[in-house]
Ligand binder design. Structure first.
Ligand code: HEC
Length: 205
């Protein structure tokens, strides 16, 4: 027995929107319009599916790049390692070889020196090194020599009978090197209200 095509007599075009109907696609009197999505939407749709395959292959099959979680763990581990290196360097001397006979020039080392200076030295030498109980550290005149070696030696051993503390028990050799380096940066800064020059003029060779 031949089935009767019930859609045969229905119009092909929707009179309201002028769109074509999908042929033979009707249920309960409702028909679907043959509206294709715009080309760009189809493109994005297919592209994201392909992207999914590529991503899945790269991260889950070949595993040639870390997943976000692993990446996070790696970065955290690197941070901790870095911190350990700096604390180690503070506690037991530098890991990288530092020439103690010349002043530091790197910002991080000088910043540490500045911090040591402001927490230990400013009571007597004042914040800008202009001097009060202790001598002016910014001018050309030095009681105990103005070479870098002399400055380190004065800080290390102090001039106890004159009121300058010996710092070797309170600061590590690395810290003394840092603060001495910082002191050399004060030279020639001409702060206001400097203490009058004391000692002999030192000219760097
Ligand atoms: C309690 C006071 C006091 C403190 C704190 C102090 N100093 Fe001094 N410092 C002096 C005095 C006083 C002298 C001069 C000693 C003398 O007359 O021979 C001096 C001398 C010096 C000199 C030699 C200056 C020169 O003319 O030769 C240097 C460098 C120096 N201090 C650096 C430091 C540094 C760096 C610190 C901190 C780590 C520090 N001082 C902390 C009192 C102090």
């Amino acid at each position: 027995m031949e089935e009767k095509d019930i859609h045969k007599d229905l119009p092909e075009i929707d009179l309201l929107t002028n769109d074509k109907f999908v042929p033979h696609h009707e249920f309960d009197g409702i028909r679907e319009l043959a509206n294709n999505p715009p080309w760009w939407l189809t493109f994005i749709f297919i592209f994201t599916i392909m992207w999914g395959y590529v991503y899945f292959a790269k991260y889950h099959i070949y595993k040639d790049a870390p997943l976000q979680e692993e990446e996070y763990a790696q970065e955290m581990a690197a941070l901790v390692a870095e911190e350990e290196v700096t604390t180690l360097a503070d506690a037991s001397g530098p890991i990288v070889e530092v020439d103690m006979t010349i002043p530091l020039v790197d910002e991080a080392g000088l910043a540490k020196g500045a911090k040591i200076f402001s927490s230990n030295c400013v009571v007597c030498h004042l914040a800008q090194g202009q001097g009060s109980i202790g001598p002016n550290l910014t001018d050309d005149y030095w009681l105990h020599g103005g070479s870098f070696g002399d400055i380190q030696k004065t800080i290390t051993n102090g001039v106890v009978e004159k009121g300058m503390i010996s710092w070797k028990t309170q600061l590590s050799a690395v810290q003394i090197h840092q603060v001495a380096s910082y002191v050399t940066t004060l030279h020639g800064t001409n702060p206001p209200n400097p203490k009058a020059p004391q000692g002999e003029k030192y000219v760097a060779k």
